[in-house]
Ligand binder design. Structure first.
Ligand SMILES: C[S@@+](CC[C@H](N)C(=O)[O-])C[C@H]1O[C@@H](n2cnc3c(N)ncnc32)[C@H](O)[C@@H]1O
Length: 292
């Protein structure tokens, strides 16, 4: 049975963690009147849920946010945009984007890796307009989703294929930027980020998704990394962006919060160790400023 003596000599944190891990298990054992030799599936499920809650609490306690006027994040325009434009954008990202765009070191381009239906792209265009900035916004996406073969059905659908979905998302992207960013159209090239940075390194001119030429290359003032979230890809996206990111420029990693399981979390931990980067926000995603 669990009692006060079980935690004698433990640190405060160890006690908390042990309590959270053990109590559901022990409650069940107490209930059954004995301790099971192996955890039952209910016990394991309870422990998993408890761990999830604990991670969320820890991530919340470690949050570091930036003050951004509420009227910006909660603007009526953004509300309407977010109803109509599909995407997954948390308010922390919106604050970080505004902060980065408000503090850009120069008029060098902003780069986005992974555009999906254009929600983040349109939000960045809106912030550029609010701040009267002329930095080009250049994005890349091939709309080829991880683990989604073109001729495979979408889930258990008998009628819709992944190729239909891809075409729909790409068309939605073009339609969304053509409406919401029509006064300052971003340049989007249909490339994976590795190909995009190769083109950037070679200062190639590419055709964007609406047929305009765009000359790539040169310094980058802000990079939003939201493509393939695996360690290998996110790390390479960071290294490629880092090569061109200006001092005092920003880099924001989507889905990098401490409570998530995305491998990009490992990348942000590594960036945090570098003396060349300063953590600006963790709300919950990591926004860094390049300081050297
Ligand atoms: C989470 S969505 C992006 C969401 C978008 N940034 C937003 O917030 O509205 C991820 C996108 O990354 C794209 N993607 C995946 N791997 C990529 C890669 N290696 N290079 C560029 N884009 C990639 C996918 O096609 C998908 O559209």
């Amino acid at each position: 049975m669990i009692d006060a003596s079980s935690f004698r000599g433990c640190s405060k944190w160890a006690k908390c963690v042990s309590m959270v891990m053990l109590v559901p298990d022990q409650l069940l054992a107490n209930e059954l009147g004995h301790r099971a030799a192996f955890p039952t599936s209910t016990q394991m499920e309870l422990q998993r849920t408890t761990m999830k809650i604990l991670r969320k609490l820890l991530a919340y306690a470690r949050r570091r946010d930036i003050p951004v006027e509420k009227s910006i994040v909660k603007s009526e325009y953004l509300n309407w945009l977010r109803f109509a434009n599909a995407g997954m954008m948390n308010n922390g990202n919106v604050r970080s984007m505004f902060h980065a765009i408000q503090n850009l070191p120069s008029d060098a381009p902003i780069v986005e890796i992974g555009s999906f239906c254009g929600l983040s792209t349109n939000i960045m265009t809106y912030f550029k307009e609010r701040l009267a900035l002329k930095n080009k916004l250049i994005t890349c996406d091939r709309w080829k989703f991880e683990g989604a073969e073109a001729d495979v059905p979408l889930g258990d659908s008998e009628h819709v294929m992944h190729s239909d979905y891809r075409e729909y998302v790409k068309d939605s992207y073009i339609r969304n930027i053509s409406i919401f960013s029509r006064y300052d159209m971003p340049y989007t090239v249909e490339l994976f980020s590795d190909e995009f940075f190769d083109a950037w390194n070679e200062q190639r001119t590419e055709e964007d998704v609406v047929g305009r030429p765009i000359e790539l290359g040169g310094p980058i003032s802000f990079c939003f990394v939201d493509g393939n979230h695996s360690y290998e890809y996110a790390k390479r996206d960071f290294e490629n962006a880092d090569r061109h990111l200006e001092t005092n420029g920003f880099i924001l990693f989507d889905d990098s919060g401490d409570a998530t399981d995305w491998e990009v979390c490992r990348v942000v931990k590594e960036v945090q160790k570098s003396s060349r980067y300063e953590l600006v926000a963790r709300n919950p995603n990591y926004l860094f400023k390049k300081v050297a």
